[in-house]
Design a protein. Sequence first.
Length: 171
Amino acid sequence: MAMLVVGSCWVPAQSCSAATGTHQGQSVPSSVETEHREINERLSKLLKAGGDTARAAQVVETLLRPHFVKEEQFALPPLRALSQLASDQVPGDAHELERLADQLARELPGMLAEHEKIHGALRRLQAAAKKEGKPEGVQFAQALSAHAAMEEQVLYPAAVLVGKYLKLKAR
Ligand SMILES: [Fe+2]
Ligand SMILES: [Fe+2]
């Protein structure tokens, strides 16, 4: 299947709007979208860096692509509701966001296992980049590790909580 890597959108080409990062009616908060886009751009450069660094970056890319698709399809869109819920408003697509948050809760162990695999690939990338004197590879590995940690500690739990809160509200 043809994949489109434009902006933060790492999904099948026919369902992706490059301008907004939205697909299948969903969108992620713009701050997260920006961070994903920067990760994509930095990784694209590393893929052209040559040597073991590029080979290690290719492994990261292979693991990261399907992971980002899941994040953009169901893990991160529930976060769009946070500011409205904090202002005692209920978003119009509450049912859909609840469904996506439930999907994240079910798939969370798999998402965390993917992070572990990505961390392993990043360690190899960091080692190759260090050996070949390519500091951008080391910095990228550190930045992507920090991104994953933020997701595990803040974004994923917040998205699951959105679903639980919407359920409580609907009672
Ligand atoms: Fe992410
Ligand atoms: Fe992630």
